[in-house]
Design a protein around this ligand. Structure first.
Ligand code: URA
Length: 441
């Protein structure tokens, strides 16, 4: 079948066969399919959806478009976590060292932030000297030496996804569950994993605002991982407010180091809670612990003993960063920033927070990217003072913005204040951090 016939078949609502999907993905990778033909098929897939067989075939073809890592020479289970992205979403920096300290190898291939969401690579680059551009050889050697490595995607992993993602971005076809699943899983399956835990966010700062969409995505991700022989579980977690205390690259690293040092304050507890949940589930899937409860105990011990902190320090040294951040996390913070309080305009209860708007504000003052090529100011950020359910008085600080210039604060003050809905009654919505667990085999 040629390009037009494949596009016509999907356009008319029929299912494509695996060879047709392979022809499409190979054509995208080699350049034989023109961008307008690829975009047309993506739109047909977006509108008509994909059957489970098409979903598997697309994931497999995208996975096979590039290289697969091989960790058969590592004498430990191999596992990773993936988050669908959020605001203040920093748990990778805790989960990776904790899991490594408990005997599981973690090849963490991460991404950059875009729009309102942050990215693990940007947070890591906030550590002076930290190199996130490891070659495959360096990546493997780092895992062998300290149990985990964190790096960007190489051009060799799922190259079809890079092209397809760019076209989806340009053609309004990002928000399709089967296309998201194929995109995420083609990259994760290239990591030669035994187990994968997915943190699927739902709420005002998430890709999937509605719980039902997040659940559909979580189920599809777990099923696809299972179909490729990887033990998977998804944690559907709350993103109706930023996670933990800080939003912004250096301050998020600071929060993680404080947690690894067992010095977390109350505002950091949600970050700790979610990191413990994700790490504990990885250990169970890897057979290192036999129940989530005993696994959480193991995870907590790795934090209490300092073993996870030492793993993080060793990893920073190996990846060229400044390991003294583990001893003096305060040195990460820039004392020259302007602190601007964002004040409540009325008294009452915080009943809703638009986490996406807070993420956008931090991006707008340089803390994230509006366009992929934008440079980042790692130091700027936002400290969340009030969370959903808190009682406040007019004039109380809802949060503190750390910025370079007064006019930056002025340009986003209204949007930040407007991100908080204050009501006279306390909101009775579901405020749980962990909403649901989606189990696989
Ligand atoms: N993240 C990805 O890697 N791909 C998507 O399609 C969406 C989120």
């Amino acid at each position: 079948m040629n390009q037009q016939e494949i596009i016509r078949k999907k356009r008319d609502g029929a299912d494509l066969t695996a060879p047709e999907i392979n022809a499409f993905v190979n054509g995208v990778t080699s350049g034989a399919w023109a961008d307008y033909q690829t975009s047309a098929l993506l739109m047909a897939m977006f509108i008509n959806g994909l059957s489970p067989d098409e979903q598997s075939a697309l994931t497999g073809a995208m996975l096979d478009s590039g290289e697969r890592l091989d960790f058969s020479d590592i004498d430990a289970p191999v596992a990773d976590k993936h988050s669908t992205g959020g605001v203040g979403d920093k748990t990778s920096l805790i989960v990776a060292p904790v899991v490594a300290a408990c005997g599981v190898a973690v090849p963490m291939i991460s991404g950059r932030g875009l729009g309102h969401t942050g990215g693990t690579l940007d947070k890591l680059e906030a550590i002076n000297g930290y190199n996130v551009n490891l070659t495959t050889g360096e990546f493997k050697q780092t895992i062998k030496t300290c149990g985990f490595a964190m790096s960007g995607q190489t051009a060799e992993i799922a190259p079809a996804d890079k092209k397809l993602y760019a076209l989806r971005d340009a053609t309004a076809t990002i928000e399709s569950i089967p296309l998201i699943v194929a995109s995420i899983m083609s990259k994760k399956l290239a990591e030669d994993l035994d187990a994968l835990v997915l943190d699927v966010k739902t709420g005002s700062g998430a890709f999937m605002r509605r719980f039902s969409d997040a659940k559909n995505l979580a189920e599809a991700l777990v099923k696809t991982g299972n179909a490729f022989g990887v033990r998977c579980e998804a944690v559907i977690s709350d993103m109706n407010q930023p996670l933990g205390k800080y939003v912004g690259n250096t301050s998020e690293v600071y929060e993680c180091v404080k947690i690894l040092r067992s010095e977390a304050d109350d505002a950091m507890q949600p970050t700790l809670e979610l990191a413990v949940e994700l790490a504990a589930r990885i250990l169970v899937l890897c057979g290192v612990a036999d129940s989530v409860q005993s696994s959480k105990f193991k995870v907590q011990s790795s934090l209490d003993s300092g073993a996870a902190l030492e793993k993080f320090r060793h990893n920073i040294e190996l990846q060229g960063g400044d390991p003294t951040v583990c001893d003096q996390p305060e040195n990460l913070l820039d004392a020259n920033l302007i602190k601007a309080e964002i004040k409540a305009e009325t008294s009452g209860f915080v009943s809703e927070i638009n986490a996406g708007a807070i993420g956008e504000c931090v991006s707008r003052i340089g803390g994230g990217r509006i366009k992929i090529e934008d440079a980042i100011d790692f130091a700027v950020g936002y400290q969340c003072e009030k969370k959903i359910g808190d009682e406040i008085r007019r004039g109380d600080a809802l949060g503190v913005l750390y910025c370079r210039r007064e006019n930056q604060a002025n340009s986003i003050r209204e949007k930040l204040t407007g991100a908080y809905k204050i009501t006279t009654e306390r909101n009775a919505n579901d405020a749980r951090l962990i909403k649901e667990i989606i189990r696989g085999f």
